[in-house]
Design a protein around this ligand. Structure first.
Ligand SMILES: [Zn+2]
Length: 95
């Protein structure tokens, strides 16, 4: 498992599996090292398939909240995924 390439359903490469964390509650989290060298944690619930690669759903949230991932809404300033055309907070189109 460790060393497998992690790809997103959108087709992008997320990074490589650095470690697999099993927590006491029975949860499984993948520690993924991104191309930029930053680690991110992907819960098993985000993983849609494991074969030659680990496939995860498009967007992954980091726990710290200080991620540079995504953009902010130009109307209300809420954080939103970069590929999202509408703001999840105020619902206005970003185009
Ligand atoms: Zn907004």
């Amino acid at each position: 498992m460790v060393g497998k390439t992690v790809i997103e359903t959108s087709g992008g490469v997320k990074g490589k599996v650095k470690d697999v964390i099993f927590d006491l509650g029975g949860g499984v989290t993948f520690l993924v090292q991104g191309a930029d060298g930053k680690d991110s944690q992907i819960p098993l619930s985000k993983v849609t398939g494991i074969s030659e690669h680990v496939v995860v759903k498009g967007e992954t949230a980091t726990e710290a909240g200080e991620s540079s991932y995504g953009t902010t809404c130009k109307f209300c300033g809420a954080q939103k995924p970069a590929e999202e055309r509408w703001c999840p907070s105020c619902g206005r189109s970003q185009t």
